[in-house]
Write a protein that binds this ligand. Sequence first.
Ligand SMILES: [Zn+2]
Length: 265
Amino acid sequence: MFGWLRAGRRRRWLAEPFPAEWEAALRRHVKQAEQMPVELAAKWRQRIQVFVHETSWEGCRDLKVTDEVRVVISAYATLLVLGFDDEWLSRVRHVLVHPTPYQGRRARIGVEGVDYSHGDWMQQLEDDVEDEHLGEAWIEGGTVIIVWSEVPTAEHLVPPGTNVVLHEFAHVLHELLSGWFPSACTESGESWLGAFQNEYGRQVREADRGRRSLLDDYAAESPEEFFCVATECFFERPSRMQSQSPTLFRLLKQCFRIDPTNWMA
Ligand SMILES: [Zn+2]
């Protein structure tokens, strides 16, 4: 879409007050909305308005995409980029919502866990057929798939610290930040990527020893999955991460340019 056309549409949407039903959905389902500082909360609602309007939404298997579904998914997606001015999420143009976990082969190139250096990678894809999916992010196509029953709400019971929306959109952000990771430095002047890889190495060692860690075991799958699983925890259980994994917490705080402990005790 032309920039000026989009800017004009956005101005019209943002001139409207945040709808009362949306506010109710946010308050009812998204715990991050309870204590967010006023200024940031206002910015968040604007991002939600834009994302709801600019995204094409599609329900799969008879799921009706209601305003409640749109607002809750948009709230988590935009939470991730509240620390940024860039409108990175405009890279996502379609959101598909499945009611419950679905089975199927991941058809995209670049799927996690597939080693293309081996001649049998097609076989690896075949092996993936029976996998049960909770979500996917197809960055090139601008599509994210979300399983609604796995999204934290007042009605869905999901494991603490997990959030499929944060996870899938973290994949999108990972792609967009891939140029930033190698050049960023921590406060102590150490390479951000080096420090992050150390944390990943620790996660893998703990998983190998069969130790329970703050993060889901899936975090040991690859550095990218580690980033996405850690992102879920950073926004869902920030205080716990800050006390149990202070280095990882600091790295993510620097990356997201935001501190969720300011609104989640
Ligand atoms: Zn993932």
